[in-house]
Design a protein around this ligand. Structure first.
Ligand SMILES: Cc1ncc(COP(=O)(O)O)c(C=O)c1O
Length: 463
């Protein structure tokens, strides 16, 4: 990680340092619509291309080294290539990758889930291949169990990309912003309400026809708009009162905020929990888990007793595939030892504090904050009051305030200095150290100074 040139501007330097990535992106443009394979990896003028990764580091095709803060979109709480997970996967690969039959590893994997996740205890587990499938299944279970159609969700919360839960993720929240291709009919049974607003929640639920309420318990988009504990407690009691299924989408927070996820951290137990990312130990795998009678809607014997429509179907070629089962089982075994979560949470607190010191030192209006303790959000132009959101107007104001100056210049400036933030967010793992955090803080300070020099932060300068 060499120092940056003083004379080049952020974007020029980015282009110069990443010539091979640029050439690859030119090929990719002809193969993939938007040139990348996940919306959030889209970046102008082009993204970086990575060849290998280990621990908290990764290396690109131009030979640059990075401290990685994407960490597999949050899946890699143990870091890249954790030896125990890697060995389990390699070992399994030699025994076969798909049996088209049941296997013991899926039992061990599910046993670990039922031990760790409070809402899974005494319940059932159903494996899927992705978080999107898990949230889709959770809605179907809630509908099959209650016989109602309506789902309540919170504006800005992300639950994957299927038809029923994309509406409400982006502004204009109620009108289905960012939902091209999703039929109007899918929107009809989705009620989008603002977070942390008891009145709106009661209003949505009082008809008694809500099948389920789903949310990211740490708040919208990996804790970007934090949820309040008191509100979550009220949500639990209202869903009980109206007999709606409470679904915690713990695809991100599961095994991260605590061994048992955000539900353990808050002490609030939902009826169903969706898991992804960490549950698969960095390999494709996800799950729905929770109460026996609700999960029982998947059972050939239980479901027909409850519903004239019979069971909820669930095929899926890669459900509980042996590779992911091996990785997930190994990863959850390490989580169960209890050392991972306190470590990453403390590191997250430290990182937030140090980044906020840089904002203060340079007199820039901005903030580092979290909903999940080990995920750090970074935004220009806001203060703590702005992330207390309980109305659509609050949300709209927050998204207007949150700047991304210079077409993502912060990201490029950080990449030029050997740090790969996930947009304006950093996800931590056990592979990160305090030294990595200090390196990152220095890179952040230098990046902000360069942005100030280039006039990109004028509107955020404090007197
Ligand atoms: C909270 C949450 N739920 C669901 C999903 C969807 O998971 P997947 O990308 O595995 O489909 C994500 C993905 O980032 C997520 O953050």
């Amino acid at each position: 990680m060499e120092g940056c040139s003083k004379t080049l501007r952020i974007e020029e330097e980015y282009v110069q340092r990443h010539k091979t990535s640029k050439a690859l992106y030119e090929k990719a443009r002809n193969l993939f619509p938007r040139g990348v394979t996940h919306d959030s990896r889209y970046m102008r003028p082009f993204p970086i291309y990575i060849t290998r990764a280990k621990g908290c580091r990764k290396w690109d095709v131009d030979g640059n080294e990075y401290i990685d803060y994407w960490m597999g979109h949050g899946a890699l709480i143990l870091g890249h290539l954790h030896p125990i997970v890697t060995e389990a996967v390699l070992d399994q690969a030699k025994k076969g990758t798909h049996y088209g039959a049941s296997h013991e590893l899926e039992i061990q994997w599910a046993e670990k889930i039922t031990k760790l996740v409070p809402s899974a205890r005494g319940g059932f587990v159903e494996f899927t291949s992705s978080g999107t499938e898990a949230t889709s299944m959770a809605l179907r279970l809630a509908r099959a169990y209650t016989g109602s159609k309506k789902i309540v969700r919170f504006a800005g919360h992300f639950h994957g990309w299927h038809d029923y839960l994309l509406p409400g993720y982006q502004a204009p929240y109620k009108a289905g912003g960012g939902c091209a291709g999703i039929p109007e009919e899918a929107l009809q049974n989705i009620v989008v309400i603002p977070p942390n607003n008891v009145e709106a929640l009661e209003d949505a639920m009082k008809g008694g026809d809500v099948a389920g309420v789903i949310l990211e318990p740490s708040g919208a988009s990996m804790g970007h708009v934090p949820m309040e504990g008191d509100f979550l407690r009220k949500l639990r009691s209202l869903t009980e009162k109206y007999q709606s299924v409470l679904i915690f989408d713990e695809v991100v927070t599961g095994f991260r905020d605590a061994p048992g996820g955000a539900q353990e951290a808050y002490g609030i137990i939902p009826d169903l929990t969706t898991l992804g990312k960490i549950v698969g130990g960095g390999y494709p795998g996800a799950a729905v888990t929770g109460k026996r009678d609700i999960m029982g809607m998947l059972d050939y014997e239980l479901a027909p007793k409850r519903s004239r429509l019979g069971k909820v179907p669930h095929p899926g070629t890669f459900n509980a595939n042996p590779q992911s089962a091996a990785a997930g089982n190994a990863c959850l075994g390490i989580i169960a030892e209890g050392k991972v979560n306190p470590y990453v949470n403390a590191l997250g607190e430290k990182m937030k504090k140090r980044l906020n010191e840089v904002f203060d030192e340079l007199r820039i209006k901005g903030m580092a904050w979290g909903g999940s303790p080990s995920i750090v959000n970074i935004g220009f132009g806001i203060s703590p009051e702005d992330i207390k959101v309980s109305s659509f107007d609050d949300l709209a104001r927050l998204s207007k305030l949150l700047g991304n100056p210079g077409d993502g210049a912060l990201n490029k400036a950080m990449i030029n200095r050997g740090v790969h933030f996930m947009g304006q967010r950093a996800i931590l793992s056990v592979a990160h150290t305090e030294t990595d955090i200090e390196f990152t803080v220095n890179a952040f300070r230098d990046s902000l100074k360069q942005m100030l020099d280039e006039g990109l932060l004028n509107q955020y300068r404090l007197k």
